[in-house]
Design a protein around this ligand. Structure first.
Ligand code: ARG
Length: 273
């Protein structure tokens, strides 16, 4: 374990939850009959942004669009690597118009952009982890989109099969702790098919393994800058494990967003230049 873990400054794109709501159900967390406390949600989201800025990260915002209640989940809008943007094609028709809203932002910011030809939900399912990109499939992003991303970026993409509907996006079951050549990850093994579990065990023998309880508390929907881990406070055991490994957990509670099936990472798109 390194003496002191070194953070790397990140650039994040986020979307204010002005129109956030649970109006339809496209994952098992969503119950349109249970209302969201919008003021609480706004306050929680503001805390996340403050926490990022307090730790030296740059935060850009995209203008929210009315009638797109899930647009707050910026991670799903695209996958950005080396300054190139692979735009999303959402699985649910309700979310499809988000692509255009985000693409407008990326184009105005000067990015070269290409939209996926098959269902692809951005960083929700595509996670750069050192020498390759880990990619989830099973519920949303297709294998075809994994191949497309590999061709687009020229980086190896490793397909992993998700099997538990509560963990329908890769970023609900796994996150990257530090990125370098020897990246390490934290994940919940039971969210993956037996073969994918073996792949993860081979690639990351020293990974931090989370319990179902921590995973259900959105503990794996975390953002790490290599030192600080912005993490759901109810994922206590996982936070303790990370602290023992020299990371600094920064608890941020996004409980209102859990009602839509999202957490910290879902609200955060990383712009990698
Ligand atoms: N309600 C949204 C959906 O089901 C939540 C998206 C969460 N985002 C994520 N990156 N896991 O599409």
């Amino acid at each position: 374990m390194p003496e002191s873990r070194v953070p790397r400054r990140r650039r994040f794109l986020v979307c204010e939850p002005r129109h956030f709501a649970v109006q339809y159900a496209i994952n098992p967390w969503m119950h349109p009959d249970k209302p969201v406390d919008i003021d609480l949600a706004r306050g929680q989201w503001a805390e996340l942004i403050r926490a990022y800025r307090d730790h030296g990260h740059t935060v850009d915002t995209v203008e929210p669009v009315a009638d797109l209640p899930d647009m707050v989940f910026a991670a799903n809008s695209a996958f950005v690597l080396e300054g190139r943007v692979f735009g999303s094609l959402f699985h649910a028709p309700e979310r499809r118009p988000e692509s255009t809203a985000y693409e407008t932002w990326f184009r105005a910011a000067g990015y070269d952009l290409s939209r996926a030809g098959s269902v692809c939900e951005g960083e929700g399912d595509l996670v750069p982890a050192g020498r390759w990109v880990l990619a989830g499939t099973g519920f949303r992003t297709t294998r075809e989109a994994h191949h497309e991303a590999q061709e687009f970026f020229g980086v190896p993409v490793i397909s992993l099969r998700l099997v538990d509907p509560y963990f329908y996006h890769l970023d609900t079951a796994l996150f990257v702790l530090d990125e370098g050549y020897e990246a390490n990850i934290a994940y919940y093994p039971e969210a993956f098919s037996p073969g994918s579990r073996k792949v993860l065990a081979r690639l990351y023998p020293d990974a931090v393994l989370a319990t179902r309880q921590d995973a259900m508390a959105f503990g794996l929907n975390s953002v790490s800058d290599g030192r600080h881990v912005f993490i759901a406070p109810r994922a206590k055991e996982l936070a303790d494990q990370l602290a023992r490994q020299g990371y600094v957990p920064v608890p941020v509670d996004l409980s209102e967003f859990h009602k839509a099936g999202g957490g910290i990472k879902c609200c955060t798109q990383e712009i990698r230049s």
